[in-house]
Design a protein around this ligand. Structure first.
Ligand SMILES: NC(=O)c1ccc[n+]([C@@H]2O[C@H](COP(=O)([O-])OP(=O)(O)OC[C@H]3O[C@@H](n4cnc5c(N)ncnc54)[C@H](OP(=O)(O)O)[C@@H]3O)[C@@H](O)[C@H]2O)c1
Length: 259
């Protein structure tokens, strides 16, 4: 069991701190830019305390997880003061681990490939944890830490993690944005948004079972320009959605003509 401090009480810090504690680790300190956010997370933990400064030099923690937004991470890392021998890892899919090199001798990446929100508890046991470290000992510690949360632990270098991250943006963030558009279209048409839920669930399950090529249906894969033109006309008042519809349909047509 490790003593861990979490720097960042956002979506990832919130979920990881609680999951680590449930797995038997000790959370020592929580830091967040807004001290109230650290205090709020501490209220959900057993013995952790909220820390206002980035001077952790007297902390008892062995592992420090940096879970702040990607844009803030380099500056926060540069301001950190850690105890000698501490291991520092960030949780980002896109940042290089070298941004941590000035702050600790042992550093790495502890990237959970999942979408997190404070309001929703996620079962981490099947979440892939993608790890990287600057030396074998640090990697071994991160593997043990990730292994205490999940059965899926991978060592991934920065180049592969970046590939994974862009794929994840398509699979997760863009899918969610398209769901958002669908919801607004239904609302504008006076329809219940829940009508789409069974379709959405089956789409995801079928795509994973059959693969996305086999699973694709709809006007674009059928090359049905009559229906696609009618949809584009329906979307005339939302030119950005019409553009997305056009680009996605064109890519589906191109893809399926190749096969
Ligand atoms: N969200 C996900 O689903 C997810 C999944 C995997 C990995 N990640 C990665 O995990 C890291 C944290 O993401 P998150 O979603 O937890 O972020 P978040 O919820 O937006 O916020 C995380 C923390 O960043 C702090 N912060 C924001 N701007 C700051 C600034 N300018 N200076 C100092 N601190 C600042 C916030 O402080 P206050 O709130 O107190 O202001 C908060 O403590 C990122 O590297 C992200 O790429 C996210």
């Amino acid at each position: 069991m490790y003593r861990v401090s979490v720097i960042g009480a956002g979506k990832v810090g919130w979920r990881l701190a609680q999951a680590l504690e449930n797995a038997g680790h000790y959370i020592e300190e929580i830091w967040s830019r807004k001290p109230d956010n650290a205090a709020r997370l501490v209220d959900h933990l057993y013995n952790a305390r909220a820390q206002e400064s980035l001077d952790f030099s007297s902390s008892r923690a062995e592992i420090f997880l940096l879970a702040v937004t990607d844009t803030a991470a380099p500056d926060v890392a540069a301001s950190l003061m850690l105890p000698a021998g501490a291991l520092l890892a960030h949780t980002s899919g896109s940042l290089s681990m070298e941004i941590l090199a000035q702050a600790a001798n042992q550093y790495g990446v502890f990237y959970p490939l999942q979408t997190f929100s404070k309001e929703r508890v996620v079962d981490l046991s099947e979440v892939p944890f993608c790890l990287e470290a600057n030396d074998k000992q640090a990697l071994s510690v991160l593997k043990k830490l990730a292994g205490s949360l999940s059965r899926q632990v991978y060592e991934l270098d920065a180049a592969k993690r970046k590939v994974l991250h862009v794929a994840a943006v398509f699979a997760c963030n863009f899918t969610n944005h398209l769901l958002h558009i669908s919801e607004e279209i239904l609302e504008d048409g006076g329809l219940d948004t829940q009508l789409l839920y069974p379709l959405v669930m089956e789409t995801i399950h079928k795509s994973m079972e059959l693969g996305p090529t086999q699973a694709q249906t709809g006007p674009a894969v059928r090359d049905d320009h009559q229906v696609m033109d009618a949809h584009l006309q329906q979307l005339e008042e939302e030119p950005e959605w019409a553009e997305l519809y056009y680009l996605l349909s064109r890519d589906i047509i191109r893809r399926h003509r190749q096969e």
